[in-house]
Write a protein that binds this ligand. Structure first.
Ligand SMILES: Nc1ncnc2c1ncn2[C@@H]1O[C@H](COP(=O)(O)OP(=O)(O)OP(=O)(O)O)[C@@H](O)[C@H]1O
Ligand SMILES: [Mg+2]
Length: 205
């Protein structure tokens, strides 16, 4: 079993979008995958409830009301979708449980400011664990000024940008049907799927 926590204390950063699409990817790659929803809002589990039984299955696990002391061992992958505001001892406990942490960051001054303290504590807690933390630049085109701003911001934390995910209604549309961009490999998702390659490679390394 390998595990990844998707976290950022800022609401709406793209945690559930990353978590649901990531589990969709693993399911379509023939791997068994459990999606642990740590959020009381249960967005991930609601998404799963819409999922067509004909597409590759994902197991759901609701874990928002009590602390997870261990992760299920049976699946190939466990993906944890964190709630907004996750910090302090709860964050520390999850960091101890997982192999990797992926942090979606939207390159706006509001999002970056709200994420700063979180990145400082993650760096501190994960020191000594090589290649365990990475950033996903969310809703951004890498050629823009916003992307350059994010890159400059991240130089202070020495964390890699694993992928740039563009802003597109494709994510909104697939989510509405309990799907990921990997469940419906139509040509219109080709560009989006390509953007995930470097993140997926990093997770498997
Ligand atoms: N790349 C994208 N392009 C367009 N819309 C996106 C993208 N990523 C996320 N969104 C949309 O932005 C909104 C917030 O995303 P999401 O729910 O994944 O964030 P979150 O971090 O899980 O939020 P919360 O902190 O409330 O749990 C959603 O409506 C989602 O569909
Ligand atoms: Mg969410």
């Amino acid at each position: 079993m390998r595990s990844v926590l998707i976290a950022n204390p800022k609401g709406g950063a793209g945690k559930t979008t990353l978590a649901t699409n990531l589990t969709g990817y693993f399911a379509n790659a023939g791997e068994s995958v459990t999606l642990c929803d740590l959020d009381r809002q249960q967005s991930s589990l609601r998404w799963m409830a819409f999922r067509d039984p004909a597409v590759p299955p994902i197991t759901g696990h609701f874990a928002a009301t009590q602390m997870l002391v261990s992760l299920p061992k049976e699946p190939d992958w466990v993906v944890l979708d964190a709630p907004a505001g996750l910090q302090g001892y709860k964050l520390s406990d999850y960091l101890r449980l997982v192999d990797k942490v992926v942090i979606p960051v939207v390159p706006s001054i509001f999002d970056m400011a709200a994420t700063e303290d979180f990145l400082i504590s993650i760096r501190q807690e994960m020191r000594g664990r090589k290649n365990a933390v990475g950033i996903v630049a969310m809703r951004v085109d890498p050629r823009t000024r916003a992307a350059a701003m994010l890159e400059e911001f991240l130089t202070h934390f020495d964390l890699p940008i694993l992928s740039y995910i563009r802003n597109t209604q494709n994510y909104v549309n697939v989510a509405a049907g309990g799907l990921s961009i990997f469940d419906t490999p139509r040509s219109k998702y080709k560009k989006d799927i390509e953007q995930w390659n470097s993140l997926l490679q990093w997770l498997k390394d």
